[in-house]
Design a protein around this ligand. Structure first.
Ligand code: ADP
Length: 228
């Protein structure tokens, strides 16, 4: 039911979004107030669409119908691309990318590149949402005992100890998050996707200091030529 309803709602919403975008771009005589109103409507329609996408993913996960395209992915270029995509939404945050993979090692992992990008964009969105203007968000690629990891680190509000164990549960929002809007679904989708890719997501956080979400992915199996 959830899957069908989410799917049916997406189409009209996409049309609404398209008309809003077109009106904002093409209308010459809009007052500042009207433009602002249309922009708010567009932002809210984007938020609604993201919520529907999350619901669709969760219901697919529940019914075992989540389909992934697992392949060998070079994480170095993927992280750079995600940073580029995020930059336009992060006008008032600083974003840095660090690569700690030793020079003689490659940065390949087994993953679905589209879904991994979705996970990282979601974590960066959260990092920005829960931190102050001008603060730093760091993407760090590094080797990990279980494969290879990408950290998304922020200097934001952090997560209270009492919420940390529940943060990946559906609809759970930490008690210090009431200043920002949200559904509490994003991280449960992140956890679902990471586990479907054979990896996992972990978090370390201190209230008032910041958070670090680490996504860990398995290395691709060694080919016979690589082994020899
Ligand atoms: P939401 O839509 O509420 O952001 P999420 O599932 O993405 O939903 O996150 C769940 C909760 O985890 C958030 O409501 C917030 O309390 C907390 N959270 C997630 N990311 C961060 C972060 N980078 N810094 C502080 N709190 C965070």
């Amino acid at each position: 039911f959830v899957s069908t309803v989410s799917h049916e709602l997406r189409t009209p919403l996409t049309i609404v979004q398209g008309y809003l975008r077109r009106t904002i771009k093409r209308s010459k005589g809009l007052t500042a107030d009207e433009r602002q109103g249309l922009q708010t409507a567009e932002e809210e329609s984007i938020r609604m669409r993201m919520l529907l996408d999350d619901l669709l993913d969760l219901s697919r996960g529940d019914s075992g119908q989540l389909q992934l395209n697992q392949e060998v992915v070079d994480l170095g270029p993927l992280v750079e691309k995600v940073a580029d995509l995020s930059q336009s939404n992060l006008t008032d945050r600083r974003l840095e990318v660090l690569n700690n993979i030793p020079i003689h090692e490659n940065s390949e992992a087994l993953a679905d590149p589209g879904r991994l990008q979705q996970v990282l964009l979601d974590l960066i969105d959260n990092a920005a949402k829960y931190s102050a203007q001008g603060s730093l968000i760091t993407l760090l690629l590094h080797p990990h005992t279980d494969g290879i990891a990408i950290d998304v680190k922020d200097e934001g509000i952090g997560i209270p100890d009492s919420d940390l164990a529940h943060i990946f549960k559906r609809f759970h929002r930490a008690k210090n998050s009431s200043g920002s809007s949200g559904s509490g679904l994003g991280l449960s989708v992140v956890a679902l996707l990471m586990s479907a890719m054979g990896g996992e997501v972990r978090v370390q956080s201190k209230e008032g200091e910041g958070s670090c979400f680490s996504v860990i992915l398995p290395k691709p199996p060694m080919t016979s030529s690589a082994k020899s």
